[in-house]
Ligand binder design. Sequence first.
Ligand code: 9MR
Length: 349
Amino acid sequence: MRKHRLRLVVAVAAVLVAAGAGTASPAQAHDTQSTLADLAERHGRYFGSATDNPELTDTAYTAVLGSEFDMITPGNGMKWYASEPEPGVFDWSAGDEIADLARRDHQRLRAHTLVWHNQLPGWLTDREWTADELRAVLKRHILTEVRHYRGKVYSWDVVNEAFNEDGTYRETLWYKTLGPGYIADALRWAHQADPHAKLYLNDYNIEAVGPKSDAYYRLAQDLRAQGVPLHGIGLQAHLALQYGYPATLEDNLRRFSRLGLDTALTEVDVRMPLPADAEKLAEQADWYRDLTAACLAVRRCVGITVWDWTDKYSWIPAFFPGEGAALPWDEEFRPKPAYAAIRQAFGER
Ligand code: 9MR
């Protein structure tokens, strides 16, 4: 679309200026091309990126973020520790900054996340709760946060990472205190607060068919049968070359579609043992091509989000020492083979 192309030209110019480049740079190769968002749109999909508040002062970064993608996700800004740091005291500053950016750049917002076991404020984790107390706390949190962003959000990751690898429920504060019913409750409260937002369950290691994705499949079936407002399953897709490609991804997406649910690849990255080399980057490119093609092959796979777009701001090196290079652009914002491979999957030569 013209809108995206224009913004990309601006973005490329900004990258060049920031890099102090007077001559050709790898980013320049794309100034006449359509963006990933344009290409995805042609297939009725979106192409998104996560972003995080500290990076937003980097103008060369925000230029690409604002042009190449039509969906953004706050990597941290809407999590509980940020949005309700004290009981009943809400702080929207981080989340609003990203919602405002999305509006400025004509992007939609995948909001993330309401109920998780990580990044909870101390006041929630440092004491015991009765079921009644915790239920009230959870309800207030969901109603207040979802109402605050009502009308600005395409989808919410309502519950994040609820299952263990073997398909049993993860023993979180929520599960231990409230039992498995907390998931249906959370979905109902979120729906009450914003009836237009698509409501997702989201997890990692559920790309392939297996015990963990089976657990989601059964839960989704149950929730749909009970009329609980669940609209989609988010497959995070934090992949790693050393663990192999999830070959049943497409079949897995398709079985959720058949339940009447949307699916999305919500946090894609493909990490590798460092240092990166041409061979690993080529394999990574194949994986990005294949996962994009898998989403395009399944009608209700609505889009793909990378967990930030440049290796400069990837979460991987801090969490997996010795691994990295997981995203389609390198630390200097140069597109990697993965970037071309995604374009190819969308049908660009
Ligand atoms: O990208 C997030 C990173 O900045 C945080 O430090 C980390 C804390 O756990 O969470 C990261 O995002 C996670 C996401 O919210 C849920 N799926 C896994 C992501 C990577 O850890």
